[in-house]
Write a protein that binds this ligand. Structure first.
Ligand SMILES: [Zn+2]
Length: 472
C-alpha cells in the first residue's frame, strides 16, 4: 500500500513537472523566440543525479558553443535553466527574426548525430507559435541499433538495464572530459612554472629577462625557444599518468624518460645544442606525472605531501641503480661526475627526486605559505619579483646545487649558500643592495645555481597545482 502511494506521488509529481515545463516553454516563445530544450530522457526515477547534472553541464556548454558558431549573429545567448521532478532542462532561445525554426531543428539534429553521446540527449525545438518541430527521422536506441521508439514500445530493455547503461555512459563521458581538462591544466602549470622562473629578473648568475647572467652561449630568447619546443610533451606525460593503471609506480620512470628524451632532443634542436632545460625536464616530467596521479586520486584536490610521496615512489632506487654503479669515464654527465666526487651531497636532481623534493617540501613550500600572496594574477610584475627573489634565495641557501659543485667546489657552494641567506634576510627587510652584490658576485665569478632555478620552477609548479586547480 505504502509502495503504491509512493508510486502515485511520483507519477503525479512527474505529470505536474511536465505540465509546468510546457507552460514555461509557451510563456517563453510568446516573446517571439524559437526555443530549443535540452534534456535527458532518463526512464524510471529519480530522473537526475550528480552524474547526470555534470553530464548536462558539459553538453550544455558544447551545444551552446555549437549554436553560437553555426548561427553567428542569430543566436543571442539567451537561455533559461530549470530543474523539476522530471530532471534538469535548459531552454536556448533564438529570436524568430534571426532564424527559421526548421533551420534550427536541422542544427540540433546534426548536433545529436555528430556527438558521440548524442543518443543520450534530447534536443526539442518549439517554434515561436508554440508548435513542436519534428525532424521526421527515427532516433536510434542507445543500447542496441534499433529505433528508440521500437525498443520503447516493445520493451526490449528493462528500465533498470536502460538506466544502468545510460548512467554508465554519462559517467564515462564525464570522466573523459575531466581527464582532458586535467591534462591540459597540469601541463600548463609546468610551462607557466618554467616561464615564471626564467622571467624573474635579476637573478644571480642565471639567465633572466634582463641579462644572460654568467652565461655566454644562451640568453632569454634561447629559453623561450626551448620552452616552446618542450612544452607540448608535458601533455604526453600527463596522458601517460591518466592511462597508468594500478598503484604500482616502480616501473613508470623508463616510460617518463622516453618522453623526456624526446623533450631533450626538441630542446637541443631549438637551441642549436645549448642545454637550457635538461634538469628541469627531468624534474618537471616526474612532477607532471605525480601531480596528475594525486589530483585524480584525491578527486580534484592537490595534496603536496602525497605528491612528494608519489615522486619518491616513481624514483625509488634511482641513485643506487644509476649513480652507485658508475665508473670513471669521459662520457659522464655533470650530475654523474658530481656524485662520484661528492657522494650523496652531489646527487643533484636525482637525489632531490628520490627523496620527494626535500628542498621544495621543507624549505620552499613553508616559505611560500608564510610569505606569499596566493593570487599571483593580482600582483604587478615587480610585486611578484619581490616574492620570488627571496624564495629563490631560500632555495639556493638550502640546496647542494650540482651546477655549482661541478663548475667550482664545495667551498664556493658553501659561500654561495651563506651569501644567499644574508641576501634573503636583508631583502625581506627591504634592503636590496646585498642581493645586488650577490648577483654581481655570481656573474663575475661565473657561478650559476641552475639546480636551484629548477627547484624554483618545481616550487612554482606545486604552488600552481595548489592554487589554480579550481575547475577540476
Ligand atoms: Zn534498443
Amino acid at each position: 500500500m505504502q509502495k503504491s502511494n509512493d508510486t502515485n506521488s511520483i507519477i503525479s509529481a512527474l505529470l505536474e513537472a511536465r505540465e509546468s515545463r510546457w507552460n514555461t516553454k509557451l510563456s517563453l516563445v510568446k516573446y517571439g523566440w524559437h526555443l530549443v530544450s535540452l534534456q535527458l530522457n532518463v526512464p524510471g526515477y529519480p530522473k537526475s543525479s550528480e552524474c547526470s547534472e555534470q553530464f548536462m553541464r558539459l553538453i550544455e556548454n558544447e551545444f551552446e558553443r555549437y549554436l553560437i558558431c553555426r548561427a553567428i549573429g542569430k543566436y543571442k545567448k539567451e537561455k533559461k535553466k530549470a530543474k523539476d521532478a522530471a530532471g534538469e532542462w535548459i531552454a536556448f532561445l533564438v529570436p524568430e527574426a534571426n532564424m527559421g525554426a526548421q533551420e534550427l531543428k536541422d542544427l540540433t539534429e546534426a548536433f545529436e548525430e555528430s556527438h558521440e553521446y548524442g543518443r543520450l540527449i534530447d534536443l526539442d525545438v518549439l517554434d515561436s507559435k508554440g508548435k513542436a518541430i519534428s525532424s521526421g527521422k527515427a532516433k536510434r536506441c542507445f543500447i542496441c541499433d534499433e529505433s528508440a521508439a521500437f525498443c520503447r514500445n516493445s520493451r526490449t530493455h528493462t528500465i533498470e538495464e536502460v538506466r544502468k547503461n545510460m548512467f554508465h555512459k554519462m559517467e564515462t563521458y564525464n570522466e573523459l572530459c575531466y581527464d582532458a581538462e586535467l591534462v591540459s591544466s597540469v601541463s600548463k602549470y609546468a610551462l607557466k612554472a618554467m616561464m615564471y622562473e626564467v622571467a624573474l629578473s635579476p637573478k644571480p648568475g642565471l639567465v633572466c629577462r634582463a641579462s644572460q647572467g654568467c652565461h655566454t652561449d644562451m640568453d632569454y630568447r634561447t629559453f623561450m625557444d626551448s620552452m616552446v619546443a618542450i612544452s607540448p610533451f608535458f601533455q604526453d606525460i600527463a596522458q601517460l599518468a591518466i592511462e597508468h593503471k594500478g598503484n604500482d609506480l616502480s616501473n613508470v620512470l623508463p616510460d617518463i624518460r622516453e618522453i623526456g628524451l624526446l623533450m631533450e632532443a626538441a630542446m637541443t634542436k631549438a637551441t642549436f645544442g645549448v642545454n637550457t632545460h635538461k634538469g628541469a625536464i627531468f624534474l618537471l616530467a616526474i612532477s607532471v606525472f605525480a601531480a596528475i596521479r594525486v589530483i585524480k586520486k584525491k578527486k580534484g584536490v592537490f595534496k603536496s605531501n602525497l605528491f612528494s610521496s608519489v615522486v619518491q615512489q616513481i624514483t625509488r632506487g634511482v641513485i643506487q641503480r644509476e649513480l652507485c654503479s658508475l665508473k670513471e669515464s669521459s662520457s659522464l654527465s655533470h650530475g654523474e661526475v658530481c656524485f662520484m666526487k661528492y657522494g650523496l651531497q652531489g646527487a643533484g636532481a636525482r637525489g632531490e627526486a628520490e627523496q620527494g623534493f626535500p628542498t621544495v617540501m621543507h624549505h620552499a613550500l613553508p616559505f611560500m605559505k608564510e610569505h606569499f600572496n596566493d593570487q599571483f594574477n593580482k600582483l604587478t610584475d615587480k610585486e611578484l619579483a619581490n616574492q620570488l627573489i627571496p624564495l629563490l634565495l631560500k632555495i639556493i641557501a638550502n640546496n647542494n646545487d650540482t651546477n655549482v659543485l661541478f663548475r667550482h667546489d664545495k667551498t664556493i657552494l658553501e659561500t654561495l649558500k651563506q651569501k644567499a641567506t644574508m641576501a634573503m634576510e636583508a631583502f625581506q627587510r627591504g634592503e636590496t643592495s646585498i642581493y645586488t652584490e650577490l648577483v654581481a658576485w655570481c656573474n663575475e665569478n661565473k657561478i650559476s645555481p641552475g639546480g636551484s632555478a629548477d627547484l624554483l620552477a618545481i616550487s612554482l609548479f606545486v604552488h600552481f597545482c595548489q592554487t589554480d586547480t579550481t575547475v577540476l
